[in-house]
Design a protein around this ligand. Structure first.
Ligand code: PGA
Length: 247
């Protein structure tokens, strides 16, 4: 059985005090023990937030595929580890679109994370025009083939994938539970095809894109939806708490 996960991507939001307040409000909540929870603050705050977090893991929204050295503006896995951060997002659609992170760079990030035993959530998802053409399965399969499915079975076991249709991110438009389930079912079947059933069943596949307390129950009830990667609704402790209780 894949691990249930609810992750909050705070993106480039919150002042230092606001981030601390959100974390301290989350610290007051009690989360079900069978749900893994993770928050992803801006990298400037991961150190202080990780040192105060009581009931969630703290991850980074982006990290370098290089070891250390002359890479201005980047953050290395070694630096993250030194502040007890052991998980990061790879390939969020905003990194792909605005920072031009392509298949090869994302593959390098995956390999760098694997080499350093750093956990990650690998994000994929199609833009609106691709969905309107009916090409979403081909598009997402290519993203996975090019940057993730080169891993061997032992590396692929228990990995986390977030399916986030770009047209649903921050737009208030959510994929219907049928649309989400169809993509998630396909992703799991591609893993089974490439690896085997054991691997496919071990991978957590999260849905992201305007997921909120009002629609999470229906989405999380889908057979192949193992939780969510949440943007806007993760900025409010009560909403994030409600999402974590939506299974
Ligand atoms: P959203 O963002 O929930 O605000 O749509 C999701 C994400 O980008 O991870």
């Amino acid at each position: 059985m894949a691990q249930k996960i609810v992750a909050g991507n705070w993106k480039m939001n919150l002042s230092s005090n606001e981030a601390k307040e959100l974390m301290s409000n989350l610290n007051e909540k009690s989360f079900p023990s069978d749900v893994r929870t993770i928050v992803f603050p801006s990298s400037i705050y991961v150190d202080s937030i990780a040192s105060t977090a009581k009931n969630t893991e703290v991850g980074v929204q982006n990290f370098s595929e290089n070891d250390n050295g002359a890479f201005t503006g980047e953050v290395s896995i070694e630096q993250l580890r030194s502040v007890n951060v052991n998980i990061g997002l790879i390939g969020h659609s905003e990194r792909r679109a605005y920072f031009k992170e392509g298949h090869e760079q994302l593959k390098n990030k995956v390999d760098h994370a694997i080499k350093n035993e750093f956990n990650f959530i690998f994000c994929c998802g199609e833009p609106l025009a691709i969905r309107e053409n009916g090409d979403e399965l081909t598009f997402v399969r290519l993203q996975l083939n090019e940057s993730l499915f080169h891993l061997i079975k032992e590396q692929m076991m228990n990995k986390v994938i977030a399916y986030e249709p770009v047209w649903a991110i921050g737009t208030g438009k959510t994929a219907s539970s049928d649309q989400a389930e169809e993509m998630h079912r396909n992703i799991r079947s591609w893993i089974e095809e490439k690896y085997d059933l054991e691997t496919a069943e071990s991978v957590s596949i999260l849905y992201g894109g305007s997921c909120k307390p009002s629609n999470a129950k229906e989405l999380f009830a889908c057979k192949n939806v193992d939780g969510g990667l949440i943007g806007g609704a993760a900025l409010k402790a009560d909403d994030f708490n409600a999402l974590i209780h939506s299974f």
